[in-house]
Design a protein around this ligand. Structure first.
Ligand code: ZN
Length: 183
């Protein structure tokens, strides 16, 4: 049992028990009307897979995210990031990610990252954009060497059901989280 679920998609998560990543239909169509549960914690972002939609439109999403971030209950930008196996081409994904880094800085919200085979790009973005907000890679399954590299770059880690014991062990307690990533 996890005390606090750092990353879940379940909207029925009891307030105080986790951070709920808002589904695409809320971000796309209900940014003006959606209301957080009292005491709830949420993340709002553009999932890298959404970049492959035929009607993907960055400006519309950025507008919606800016509106959602007016709620103090929306405590993170995410999940966002880069996925080399799914979604649009990596150049578009990188641009969409950069836009969300800027949003995260402007609204002073940390970011939760979805990263598949793109840690080089995430590290590059962290170095070149010099954000002050914390970034956390969710569902981290990498080995200790990669964990060390990310930690040294100022990126925290969230661990799901399966993870590398050594990577978990070397991650300082204040910088590691547990998650279900439940749908
Ligand atoms: Zn997720």
């Amino acid at each position: 049992m996890i005390d606090f679920d750092f990353h879940t998609h379940r909207l029925d998560t009891p307030p105080g028990k986790g951070i709920v990543c808002l589904p695409q239909h809320i971000v796309r169509e209900a940014a003006d009307t959606w209301l957080p549960a009292p005491g709830g914690c949420y993340a709002a972002g553009i999932h890298p897979w959404w970049t492959a939609d035929a009607d993907f439109h960055l400006a519309a999403y950025m507008d919606a995210l800016a509106r959602l971030l007016q709620h103090p209950e929306v405590v993170q930008v995410g999940e966002c990031g880069i996925d080399r196996l799914q979604g649009a081409g990596v150049e578009l994904q990188y641009a969409v990610f950069q836009a969300q880094v800027e949003l995260s800085e402007a609204f002073a919200r940390p970011m939760t990252l979805h990263c598949v085979r793109a840690f080089d790009l995430i590290l590059h973005a962290r170095k070149s954009m010099r954000p002050v907000q914390v970034w956390t890679v969710h569902g981290f399954r990498g080995h200790a060497t990669l964990a060390r590299q990310l930690l040294d770059a100022g990126i925290d880690l969230s661990f799901g059901e399966r993870y590398d014991e050594e990577a978990w062990r070397i991650t300082p307690e204040g910088r590691r989280h547990r998650e279900t990533d439940a749908e």
